[in-house]
Ligand binder design. Sequence first.
Ligand code: ATR
Length: 277
Amino acid sequence: MTDRYAVIGNPIAHSKSPQIHQMFAEQTGEDIRYEAIESPPDGFAATIERLREAGYKGCNVTVPFKFNAFKIATELSERARAAEAVNTLSFAGDTILGDNTDGAGLVRDIEQNLGISLQDKKVLLMGAGGASYGVVLPLLTAGAALSIANRTPERAVELAKKFASSSVRGGGYADLTGSQFDVIINATSAGLTDSKIPLPASPLFPKGGQGGIFAQGSLAYDMMYGRETPFMAFARANGAAIVVDGLGMLIEQAAEAFYIWRGVRPETAPVIAALRA
Ligand code: ATR
């Protein structure tokens, strides 16, 4: 019997998840069906109930329901607890297991696909909303020395405080003047409105080489995908060595969900190549 899965969001029509999971299934020979389901804003719990009754094995959850999914889960992984959000649900009897694969997807894209170890790297995470919550624990687990900066500094301080770790601190963008980072990750929603993030520019670049916020050989990573954001343009103009969007993260978080459900890890490189094309 074909096992059924879905991604639930609102809106959901443009989700790439069905296509990604279809490719994973073909590649691994897993017999699954995966569809996109739009839930009414106030109908998430009812949608989940309907899927469980129909025998679905699990689902992915995206905007704006990740916190609803966190609440509805009867069991949570450690990384979902830290994220205070769930993007992957697994149904088994009365149990609804909630997990969050976003941070693992980000770390895997950086470490495996881009070949950059995060161990002891100075990492700047920009933003203190849901997207940032999802990735802090996996970044710390990967050994990063993490600074979180946010337009509203208190939110970054509050997020950093949740982790009993000396490797994470939070503040505002003004605090960053004079600092350099090996990896700068944009987890803000500024790109959606084409707004700039108030990062300190590099006065010496390109004439005098480095000197700004991007350390030599640094990576600029935008969690958004599909187009060049103002942050990506800023990174190119201010000395980042590598500038990437979040397509790899999208596919890696899907692969991690597929692995949770099926116990098989799909190869992501051909899927990333196909979606880039
Ligand atoms: P989400 O859950 O999608 O992350 P959110 O909780 O509204 O949404 O968080 C959006 C993040 O992007 C916040 O960190 C926000 O900064 P504030 O906390 O100060 O609002 C950040 N953000 C949005 N637009 C921005 C902009 N133009 N410049 C800098 N940061 C921005």
